[in-house]
Design a protein around this ligand. Sequence first.
Ligand SMILES: Cc1cc2nc3c(=O)[nH]c(=O)nc-3n(C[C@H](O)[C@H](O)[C@H](O)COP(=O)(O)OP(=O)(O)OC[C@H]3O[C@@H](n4cnc5c(N)ncnc54)[C@H](O)[C@@H]3O)c2cc1C
Length: 488
Amino acid sequence: MSENLYDIAVIGGGASGMMAALSAAKTAPGLRIAVLERLNRVGKKLMATGNGRCNLTNTRASEKDYHGSVAFMRFAMSMFPPEKVMERFRELGVWPKEEEGGRVYPMSDQASSVLDTLRLSMEEAGIEEICDFEACELARTKLGYRVSAKDGRQIVARRVICAAGGAASPSLGGSASGYRLMESCGHESTARFPALVQLKANPEYTRPLKGIKYSGDIDLIVGDKVRRTETGEILFTEYGLSGIAVMQVSRIAAQALSQKRPQPVYACLHLVPMNREEAYGLLKKRRGMLSGRTLENFLTGLVNKRVGQMMIKWTTGLSLSETSGALTDAHLDALAESLTGWMIEITGTQGLEQAQVTAGGVRTQDINPETMESMLADGLYLTGELLDVDGDCGGFNLQWAWASGMLAGESCARSLTGEKQPAGRRDKPVFENRRPEKAPAKAPYERRTPPERSKSSVRQGRPAKKDEYRSDDRRDLRPSKGMRKPHD
Ligand SMILES: Cc1cc2nc3c(=O)[nH]c(=O)nc-3n(C[C@H](O)[C@H](O)[C@H](O)COP(=O)(O)OP(=O)(O)OC[C@H]3O[C@@H](n4cnc5c(N)ncnc54)[C@H](O)[C@@H]3O)c2cc1C
């Protein structure tokens, strides 16, 4: 075989590409396989996954955890469900351990150990790694495909697996070059936008709370509908909001804001686990008990101290040096409202630059879901995040990368050996029923509808008017008056 002639060329040395190469080598040992990677080493993104621990998969993966072409995924995910993926990792040497929520990590707690193992296994299987090779052109030849790199290098392969990933996180290898390559072969892409990404809000409200994190509920509201509720870590940042719960709802925000005429998007934060009436009762009790304390500490012990202080300043307009006894019933009601449903308008996302995943990608209608082979170009296979499939936080994206890679690698190798796909595959359990129904929300929180845009003092940053709250008239306290800009 000539020096640059391969049986299989895998474009992209990420999770899906490496797994595809290994599966092809396992299915048909002896094939000459190359993994072509545009960066100077393979698996750069993998090293950053799971905060350096690599959340490999999730034992509870179900259709509900995915977005985009979910029906397309069924075959690959039922052929290679999380148990199969874990079994494969054990064969390679990585021992998986399951944590809360079905999240699976390597027992070593090191993403680097997953990458080391994949690279060692590739070396043992004779798979070649060719780095600094950015595939930019794919041309049909008599034998298969000629893959050309940006720097002019070329290789020829009988089959090509494109596993070039998505455009998210360019510093870790994310790039749109895979989409361009596939579009040059006739494939179309859907609109792309960031998913699992931090949200931007008016920094006037989040900057003073920068660095504070807590565990709570967040509702993502588009227009006047709560589109998703998540419980988990919420982090205030310089630019807005981060944390796992925020990332989970971010896809909906990004999609809504990417529309031509976007509806307003809000994050509603529930800072205390109770409804407004309960919170009002509790605050009233505290006012009685702690009337001698300054407002600086009125909410200390209930919410984060700094959050509490900001809430008092923004909501009541009172100075923190005043005593708790200065709080009127109207102030307490406004505070109760803010603590049980702080509406923050979302103005954008941190973009694909910071996103963990790309939503959207190559349309799946032209790909055979049982082999991952293109229906437009024989001998070309597509896998992983490159496709119009994305998952939530929790190991779901890597699960898809492994499963689609395993299927593409196997079927590609079989197409070279002439071996038929094993029969009876359709009888395997389908992943749609794997997850138990989510338990109902713990507390009967009030789900607030957003305030009328023009009236929102929070979003408009309108300073409080002196007579806005009248302690004897609670009817005056409409949601939009709940929070105000800090007093000058
Ligand atoms: C910070 C971070 C943390 C994450 N943590 C998790 C987690 O814990 N669990 C989880 O399930 N998911 C996680 N994800 C998402 C997950 O990493 C991806 O969904 C997954 O890596 C996708 O695999 P892939 O092989 O399709 O693409 P990638 O892993 O992105 O690999 C694609 C590879 O192709 C290369 N490439 C691109 N274009 C070309 C070209 N033209 N020629 C040659 N090479 C090319 C790229 O450099 C890259 O190495 C995380 C993502 C990020 C950014």
